[in-house]
Structure formats: C-alpha cells, structure tokens
Design a protein around this ligand. Sequence first.
Ligand code: SF4
Length: 337
Amino acid sequence: MPHIYLIYVGPMESSIFNRPKSTTAVDWRQLGHCYYPLNLSLRQRFGCRVQKISLDGGFTCPNVDGSLTTGGCTFCDNRAFSPSRRVRRDVITAQIQRGIEGLRRRYEIEKFLAYFQPATNTYGSLDKLRMLWDAALEDERIVGLVIGTRPDCVPDEVLDLVDEYAQRTYVSLELGVQTIHDASLEWMNRGHGHAASVDALQRVQGRHFETSLHVMLGLPGETHAMMMETAWQVAKWNPHGVKIHNLYVVQRTRLAEQVGTGQVRLMEMQEYVNVLADFLEVLPPQMVIERISGDAPPKDLIAPRWVLEKGSIKQALIATLAGRQSYQGSKYSGHSD
Ligand code: SF4
C-alpha cells in the first residue's frame, strides 16, 4: 500500500506574495513524484493534458534595442530581436495553428497555452499587448496565456492589463529573476539588479494571475552558498512556480567566447543535480517546478552537451533525492529568514 501523503501548507507570513490564505493539499508524493511537476499541476487545473505553444510576438528587449544596452545578456542569442520587428494578428493565429497541428500529430491533446516566449513579451504598447493576447485567445483550444518577461519591464499599467486578462482566463507571468546576486546580474549584462526583482514581486502581489520565476544555477563566481541564498529567497517570495536550469552556452553569444577561452567553467551534470536537489529541498511543497533543465536548440548548443539529456537529468535528480530520502520541501520550514 503506498503511503498516503498530503501536505497542508499554511499561510506564509514572510512571503511578499499574496498566496491563497487557505490551506492547500498537495498530493504529488502520493502519485510517486519527488517534486511538484508542471504537467501534474496543469492536469489538476484543466482536467487533461495541456501543452504550451511557443509564440513569437515580435518583441525586442531593452537590453538589445539600446534602451539599456545593445549586447543583450551574455548567454542570449538575441540577433533575431530586432527593434523594427512587427507581428500582425494573422501571424499569431497562424503560429497557433501550426503549433497545435504539430503537437496533435504526436499527442492527443485538446487544450493549449499560448506562450509568448522569445525576447521581452511585455515590452510594447498596451494596444500591441491586447492585440496579441486577443489573437491568441480567439482559438477556443487556447485555455490561457503564459507571458515571459523581465522584472524591470512590468510597469503597473502592464500588470493591470495582465490582471484584466487573468480575470477571464488562466494567465501566468514569467519573470526572469535568474539570481538574487547583483554581481552575477552585472556579469551577465542583465541591465537590472536584484532591486528590480524585489520591486516587481511586490507589485504582482494580490493580482489574479500566477507568477513564476526563472532561475539559473552555475553562474560564474556563485558559490553553493550563494545559490542557496537565491533558493531561500525564492522560497520566501513563494511564487506559484519556478523554472530552473544550469548555465549553458549557445552559438553567437558572448558566453561562447568566454567558455571558449576558459574564462567561464560550466557545471558537470551531477554537480548541477546536487545543487538542484538542494534547491528543491528548501522550496515550499506547493510551488510548481516548471523546469529542471534548459531548452537549448541542439543545433545551437555548444556546451555542456548533457543539457540535451533531459531524461538522464531527471533520473539523476530522482536518484539523488531518493538517496537522501528527501524531496521538494523536505527542508522547507515555512519561512526562510
Ligand atoms: S532579457 Fe531576455 S531577451 Fe533580453 S537579452 Fe536578456 S535573455 Fe535575451
């Protein structure tokens, strides 16, 4: 008989997030998981398998168009993010059609999320955002929006608009926090500091949409203790979800040169998995783990090549946590100060 495991999570006083104050039952351990995976949370929400369709809304980025810098983040291949790009409504509907057809050739799926993914997807006029989101939601198989952006590109008027959409459909806002350490943000030429993340996270509280954070592990100069400081801060912020991956290098980036000349060392797989396990252990059990490895296009990935072995990474994580007899939240104490 499997052990029936329900975790009841009470309100977090130290969270700046206005998470539901009611207790939440999380049954992912009962289902055999060692962390709360995105596919399970989507199944629970929508009652069936749901897949994201990546959409290019024709955005650029303040780190690319010269508002902040022109080079972009050290690891980002942003040559396609030209400031002059424009995307029409019919281009979005065509992308959705293609995305759905592609997925349905492989899987029996009826519901999809429109994922505005490349570049900074709130870096545009409110009219443009409305046009794109309305175009995406026209298709009744699209059951929600996922919007990837930077913490310094979510002014209140944008959050108000996201909130308006979240009152009629599922919306998740993804914020690229990456790390809480300013030295690392400076190294990656991010164009914003930790204060911008704190500010954004304060201003999303009490909204109707969900928020998830992107975090990178293995940044140059970050010790294990520093990565865990980021983990504890993420636990304290207590967003709905988190996406984690190791630093990897793709073609046409400054990082490629730095790795090539030996200035930057990349993590080995088990080294990453060990830190990832440590990270997950301190997160709240109800936080959805949306990603545990990167999504590099194989043709562009330079190193480490093990990033492509998603199944091996997952198996190594499961084995590591099992070996420790631990799981997501096993060291979560309800506060992280
Ligand atoms: S903020 Fe995002 S889109 Fe902009 S340069 Fe950095 S990684 Fe690329």
